[in-house]
Design a protein around this ligand. Structure first.
Ligand code: WT7
Length: 574
């Protein structure tokens, strides 16, 4: 650990001038003045992100610069207002109303953004689903949330098991144009949009009303629905100002998909609450494509993730020289530990510091960050956002002194804090079991200068390429395969992806270990759950370590894998 290494501040013209001063004096209440509802009392995050800019004379400004391999389009705030109004009317026409869950399951496209904001405008709770999810993952989420509608594409609709979902009344299909084949109960997005009125009465909601339902994994059980409310906009706005350092003329690119919380909090709300132009690039990652996206759009602020930076580093420094990246002025990273060498490399090749920050689906917004006006200690996640009290506690909730590792905890009550785990109050309370703390599930320590250092997960949750995968979900899928008797899944350290998923499998009688079988099992998880949840490594074992009550001991599997001592085995069966 090189805590003494400091990368100094590069310039002085940032939105946040003095972190320590702000930390002492900041009050969330002051941020409320930035919103229309402070005067009118009428709350809706979609109004603040879109309509308000039109009302204040910024309607002709570009909101969205979208491109993929076949499309290249731009949309002004006025155009987005028109489209989201239409989509709100389409939903209303089918009886969808405030509080209903509307899921969005499609690849990144302008229509995805219109659908999210249009649904929010009528007060619906939006559930974004990552396009890679397969049928089982889609079913679990729609079933748990009792979604009434899903917006998807002709290509993906096969993964929505409509017949098994009694609450699901409407399937809205986004094809390439109006002419798509519809089965009964299906609605064509484009043809409805043609005919819908662009005049919409926005549903004014309470600040505490539901806005987004993001499903995320824990170490046990199915994914949980994390509910965020409109009030979260206060945090999205202020962090976008001080952490993303957004200003009026910025061209901002967040590389995350809205299926994950970074892609909503900072791919939709952060930039648009500030009326900033946002770049969305569809399709898959490639270094050439990404650098081209920066060059072509003249991106100034770039928010991405460690795995992507590591892959860009792997693609080599020569490649960078082929592109004009001079528009960049601020780079950020989230989702997994950002290696100090990546920060040093970034400084060398981009001439800029990569600013790591820490938060999670449950926190709804950035909590601990490196600020442009603050020296960076490579490897540290930075310091708590003003208005946030972060600390390290032991297992009883007692605060620990500097440099002691423990549970990363936040004092309960911040604007974008989750308000519920859908239909699961006991899971929600677990996070808050040590009053007054929110227990994150991460371990960390704080150094004597107040910088936080990530140490790992306390539970078995896996972080592969910044995507959070619950081992239980993968294990449940694995044992559905006819050859698999038992399965235990762990995260194995990996230089590129942070962790990869490794499965230990005991086969049923009559099955022989083989490379073909491994591949078949891998495909089974990929096709049943999601590509990112499929184990990259599989190891067959005659028997798996279990407790006497039959629980697979992942900690023992991990110790085997890493060649470490297995620790206390007193609960293990013979
Ligand atoms: C988990 C949350 C909201 C951001 C996207 C991930 C890990 C997040 C960092 C960081 C080390 C990090 C934690 C956290 N994580 N940021 N800067 N350094 N680890 O959201 O899917 O809810 O995952 O990601 O383990 O608990 P998520």
């Amino acid at each position: 650990m090189s805590q003494q290494e400091l990368i100094p501040v590069l310039a002085t013209s940032y939105n946040l001038k003095d972190y320590e001063e702000a930390y002492r004096t900041f009050d969330w209440k002051d941020v409320e003045k930035a919103f229309t509802w402070h005067e009118t009392g009428k709350v809706n995050v979609a109004y603040e992100a879109i309509d308000r800019h039109v009302a204040e004379g910024r309607g002709d400004k570009i909101a969205l610069l979208y491109s993929d391999d076949t499309r290249s389009e731009s949309y002004t705030f006025a155009q987005l207002q028109n489209l989201t109004n239409r989509f709100g009317n389409v939903l209303r026409k089918y009886g969808i109303k405030k509080g209903d869950r509307v899921f969005i399951f499609m690849p990144r496209s302008p229509e995805l953004y219109v659908a999210v904001l249009g649904a929010l405008k009528i007060g619906a709770i939006v559930g974004p689903l990552f396009e890679a999810f397969m049928e089982a993952a889609v079913r679990d989420r729609l079933e748990d949330s009792e979604a009434v509608a899903i917006v998807t594409t002709p290509k993906l609709k096969g993964r929505v098991p409509v017949k098994e979902l009694p609450a699901l009344k409407h399937v809205i299909l986004v094809g390439d144009n109006e002419n798509i084949e519809l089965e009964s109960g299906e609605i064509s997005y484009h043809s409805e949009m043609q005919h819908a009125s662009d005049d919409l009465e926005i549903e004014w909601v309470d600040r505490e009303d539901g806005m987004l339902l993001h499903y995320t994994s824990g170490s046990t059980g199915k994914p949980k629905g994390v509910l965020h409310v409109h009030n979260a906009m206060i945090q999205h706005y202020q962090t976008a100002k001080w952490v993303l350092d957004l200003r009026e003329d910025d061209i901002y690119w967040c590389t995350a998909d809205p299926g994950w919380v970074t892609g909503t909090s900072y791919g939709i709300f952060g930039p648009w609450l500030h009326g900033v132009t946002s770049v969305v690039r569809g399709g898959r990652f490639s270094p050439e494509d990404w650098y081209q996206t920066i060059e072509k759009n003249r991106v100034t602020v770039w928010y991405s993730a460690p795995t992507a930076f590591r892959m860009l580093m792997g693609a080599g420094d020569e490649l960078i020289k082929k592109y004009d990246l001079s528009s960049l002025r601020h780079i950020l990273s989230v989702g997994e530990p950002l290696n100090p060498e990546v920060v040093r490399w970034g400084l060398k090749v981009y001439g800029l510091r990569i600013h790591d920050n820490w938060w999670m689906t449950e926190t709804g917004g950035q909590m601990i960050s490196n600020y442009p006006c603050m020296p960076i200690k490579p490897g540290s996640m930075g310091k708590p956002f003003p208005g946030i009290y972060a600390t390290i506690v032991d297992d009883q909730g007692n605060e620990l002194p500097p440099n002691r590792m423990g549970n990363l905890a936040i004092r309960k009550g911040w604007p974008s804090m989750m308000r519920k785990i859908w239909k699961n109050p006991s899971k929600y309370e677990e996070y808050f079991r040590l009053e007054p703390w929110y227990i994150s599930g991460d371990s960390a320590y704080k150094d004597e200068d107040g910088y936080f250092w990530f140490q790992g997960r306390v539970d078995d949750v896996i972080n592969t390429s910044g995507e959070r995968v619950g081992p239980f979900e993968v294990e449940s899928k694995l044992v559905e395969h006819p050859a698999v008797a038992e399965a235990g899944v762990i995260g194995k350290p990996d230089p590129m992806r942070g962790e990869i998923i490794k499965a230990f499998i005991a086969l049923r009688e009559g099955y022989k270990p083989s490379e073909e079988l491994k591949e078949e099992i891998r495909q089974f998880v990929k096709n049943g759950l999601a590509a990112h949840a499929a184990p990259r490594e599989i190891e067959f074992r005659d028997k798996l370590p279990k407790t006497r009550s039959g629980k697979i001991m992942r900690r023992v599997l991990k110790a085997w894998e890493l060649g470490l001592p297995t620790g206390d085995l007193s609960t293990m069966e013979d």
